[in-house]
Ligand binder design. Structure first.
Ligand SMILES: [Zn+2]
Ligand SMILES: [Zn+2]
Length: 389
């Protein structure tokens, strides 16, 4: 059996080194090099530069046809760290505030542990493990970039899994669910244009600000009046811009925001209602409107069998829990789950009463759960690639 305990201290050191040197999406050059070097040192076949800065490590044993993909994300966030930790970010405006440094350490540790155990006993698994390190999870679609670059043609997978640390769950708890686990994220940007003019002569203008005010109110009726109560949908208007002088009615105003959903039917309905409301605003206020509606991340939908398997496996390394509901945040592992069956899994890492949430400047990955995540990756691979009699 591999001595996992001996791997942990170097993995924590590596996690702190990556934490001190965070890199934003598609710029993870140093990070990818550190990961690739460590995978190579562990004896894996390593492929770099997939979908930009993506890295894949490959381990094979036996002749079995099964293939599993395990994913970690590599990018940091464009925010300033406020933890005051000795290994805090050395790059201003860049911070591992979502724990992707921990995700890499856990997946790398699983690769090291599996490689060592196969060197001692190659009969441990029968098939192929692809250790996938993806760029740019935070809004830029690094998973999609890897898929478009031939990820699953070059590294076929009949199951894919990803872990994300979850501060709201206690350390050691592992949770997932069949079906939707994270929301679809859409953003909208509406530009209203009309004839600007003197504020004292409004009848000679088209008031884009009054149109914007009415638009914001009407957009907020969509969730309340056009989606079922069970749909778990969110629409938030987050920006209104227009005007620069007290005596000028501006000829242009902008309204923007985000929509979060878990069901494509609901998502379609919201966009349809938005277009109808905008058409009504154009007619009612004699303005023209341009809508840019961008569905940037789809909902993260777990395969039911893959999620059930994950819960069975999770119970062998921690406390398994069926997540009662999805989270409204989003995740670009959704693109991998659209391409291959699999599941996205939350790894509890919370300590204390009110731990800092993800994307908070005081957040840090909890090194105490690194071993659980490592063992979970390892157990998922061993489960899917178990030698058949
Ligand atoms: Zn994040
Ligand atoms: Zn994240």
């Amino acid at each position: 059996m591999t001595d996992i305990a001996a791997l942990l201290a170097p993995l924590v050191a590596l996690r702190h080194d990556i934490h001190a040197h965070p890199e934003l999406g598609f710029a993870e050059h140093r990070t990818a090099r550190v990961i690739a070097d460590a995978l190579r040192a562990a004896g894996l076949e390593v492929h770099e530069g997939i979908g930009g800065t993506g890295v894949v490590g490959v381990l094979r044993a036996g002749n079995g046809p099964r293939k599993i993909g395990l994913r970690a994300d590599m990018d940091a966030l464009p925010i300033d760290e406020k933890t005051g930790l000795p290994y805090a970010s050395r790059h201003e405006g860049c911070f591992h505030g979502c724990g992707h440094d921990g995700h890499m350490a856990m997946l790398l540790g699983a690769a090291q542990a599996l490689a060592a155990s196969l060197a001692a006993d190659p009969s441990g698994i029968d098939g192929t493990v692809h250790f996938i390190f993806q760029p740019a999870e935070e809004g830029q679609g690094g998973a999609r970039a890897m898929i478009e670059d031939g990820l699953f043609e070059r590294f076929p997978c009949d199951r894919v899994y990803a872990l994300h640390n979850w501060p709201a769950l206690p350390a050691g708890t592992i949770a997932t669910r069949a079906g939707a686990i994270m929301g679809a994220a859409d953003k909208f940007h509406i530009t209203l244009r009309g004839r600007g003019g003197h504020a004292a002569v409004p009848h000679d203008t088209n008031d884009t600000l009054l149109a914007a005010a009415s638009l914001v109110q009407q957009l907020n009726t969509i969730i309340a009046r056009n989606t079922p109560a069970s749909a778990n949908a969110v629409l938030s208007v987050t920006q209104i811009h227009g005007g620069h002088a007290h005596n000028v009615i501006p000829g242009e105003a902008m309204v923007a925001g985000t929509v979060r959903t878990f069901d494509p039917v609901v998502q379609d309905r919201i966009e349809q209602r938005m277009r109808q409301i905008i058409a009504g605003i154009e007619a009612g206020f004699e303005v023209s409107a341009q809508l840019d509606y961008d569905r940037y991340y789809p909902a993260t939908i777990n395969d039911a069998d893959a999620a059930e398997d994950a819960l069975i496996v999770a119970a062998t390394v921690g406390t398994a829990q069926r997540a009662p509901e999805p989270a409204a945040t989003s995740e670009d592992f959704s693109f991998m789950l659209q391409a291959r069956p699999g599941a996205y899994i939350w790894l509890g890492q919370g300590v204390g009463e009110n731990p800092p949430p993800l994307h908070n400047p005081h957040y840090d990955f909890n090194d105490a759960v690194l071993e659980t995540g490592l063992r979970l990756h390892l157990a998922l691979a061993r489960h899917w690639l178990a030698p058949q009699e």
